[in-house]
Design a protein around this ligand. Structure first.
Ligand code: FAD
Length: 437
């Protein structure tokens, strides 16, 4: 039996482990931290006892491999999807708008109907959407930015502010001037112009760790695999028959095949810069993009919607945690999470500044919140929430120059932006590459 080791217990590594276990390969998964989940995890807030995510994660119905993964490990029912695509927006100037694509209409009539009723845009903004549709089948240049592409497609500033900018920042965690148009094109193809329900948003009705951590661990363990936490890999050394994996404790694991499912900058530290010169150089070019979550506990409920997009503010979304969790997990009635993505511009602010900013903006959007008292607040900054290469670089693929070493992770060449779906697809792809050996 071929021995396979997986480094990294995020969605990518766990998906690879599940796929290989299903194929009868008992994998060994090595995770540096004491918990699985990587950039998706939750913890219990010591002050309130509530379950807090490291950042609100949304899925879409078109996340087909993620749903397959969650299905396999028995977690699919803990993800709730909207019955139709709906996003409520509130503007700092007091405006309230809803973008809703009726599920009884086929694509693109559902979108046409939705945009015609979306008060944040004017009907004259809608015809140029045809140009976007016409571009979806094109092979866009790798260095084309979202900004330049939307310009080319004749998208007007009002439509950009109300729809394209929030979509780009949320889905790609990059600003339109830096983000790759190819990634936005992929999101549009799969979510909006694919199956009619592709864009329906979904969320876990429990904290992220509760959703999949134990289930994935058990799934792998019950099929003969082992999941070892607290195992920090320091180097990956290819040998002729396989790979030697060095652990910080001094142990060395000798394996036939290795899937490295860690973020790019961590991988760069594990591989020899000379042996893997080109890959190493590329890994070092990845640039991290931060996401801030400002968790606020008010003494009363502030909003009724489960989530709301914010326009004309620095914070971009607000999530109503007790509504999202229902009775399935702990969230006090006044617990909100405000989120800012691709937020390099906030890195200089202190946590107190961020809390003040979030409260000020919330007061503008929901004036009744001014009467409420903030009982507790917690800022979480994920400095490297996602990573992206400068547009001129080719994204690394699953296979490496060494026949026994494979790559997985949301940053690898999945054709998707760095998301859970990208991570799961990359894990499945790496497992499939091992199975072909
Ligand atoms: C705040 C936030 C909000 C987000 N929102 C969304 C969203 O709404 N929708 C969406 O689809 N995506 C979202 N994402 C992105 C999503 O979380 C990631 O794309 C996905 O989790 C990446 O999974 P991964 O397995 O590729 O990497 P990771 O989750 O980073 O997993 C890598 C694992 O490798 C481990 N590791 C690192 N070094 C070593 C070592 N030396 N030895 C052993 N193990 C090691 C790490 O501890 C980690 O567990 C968000 C991310 C953040 C942070």
């Amino acid at each position: 039996m071929i021995r396979v080791a997986i480094i990294g217990g995020g969605f990518a590594g766990l998906a690879a482990g599940v796929r290989l276990c299903d194929a009868g390969y008992p994998v060994t998964l090595l995770e540096r931290r004491q918990q699985l989940g990587g950039r998706t995890f939750s913890y219990t807030d010591p002050v309130t006892g509530d379950t807090v995510d490291n950042g609100q994660h949304l899925l879409m119905k078109c996340y087909r491999e993620t749903l397959d993964f969650l299905d396999r490990i028995g977690a699919r029912d803990d993800v709730v999807f909207q019955p139709q695509f709906r996003m409520d927006f509130r503007h700092a100037d007091g405006g309230a708008y809803t973008l809703r694509f009726p599920s009884f209409l086929p694509v693109p009539l559902n979108m046409l109907s939705g945009f015609l009723r979306f008060g944040a845009v004017h009907w004259t903004d809608i015809p140029p959407l045809r140009k976007v549709k016409a571009e979806l089948s094109k092979d866009l240049d790798t260095d084309l930015t979202v900004d330049a592409w939307l310009d080319h497609c004749g998208q007007k500033p009002r439509m950009r502010r109300a729809f394209w900018d929030p979509l780009c920042i949320a889905a790609l965690n990059q600003r339109p001037q830096n983000a790759s148009a190819r990634y936005l094109q992929a999101v549009l193809r799969e979510a909006f112009w694919g199956e009619p329900d592709g864009a329906h948003l979904g969320y876990a009705r429990t904290g992220l760790s509760g959703l999949f951590e134990n289930r994935a661990r058990e799934y792998i363990s019950k099929r003969g695999g082992e999941v070892l936490c607290g195992k920090a890999v320091t180097s990956i050394v290819p040998v002729s028959s396989g790979v030697h994996i060095h652990i910080r404790s001094g142990d060395v694991i000798d394996t036939d095949m290795c899937i490295a499912a860690v973020p790019p900058l961590q991988l760069a530290r594990m591989i020899c810069a000379k042996t893997f010169a080109e890959l190493h150089h590329t890994l070092c070019q990845y640039e991290p993009s931060p996401i801030f979550s400002v968790n606020l506990w008010f003494d009363r409920p502030i909003m009724r919607e489960p989530m709301c997009g914010l326009l004309g503010t620095t914070m971009e979304w607000v999530f109503n945690k007790p509504v999202l969790y229902g009775d399935y997990d702990r969230a006090s009635e006044g617990f909100l999470t405000m989120v800012a993505s691709a937020a390099h511009h906030l890195l200089h602010l202190s946590n107190d500044d961020l809390i003040d900013l979030a409260c000020k903006e919330l007061h503008q959007i929901f004036p009744e919140s001014q009467r409420a008292e903030v009982l507790h607040a917690k800022v979480i900054c994920e400095h490297a929430a996602t990573c992206a290469l400068p547009l001129s670089y080719a994204v690394p693929k699953t296979r490496t120059p060494h026949p026994h070493l494979f790559l997985a992770g949301d940053w690898t060449d999945t054709g998707l932006p760095p998301t859970i779906e990208g991570a799961v697809r990359s894990g499945y792809a790496a497992a499939d590459a091992v199975l072909l050996k």
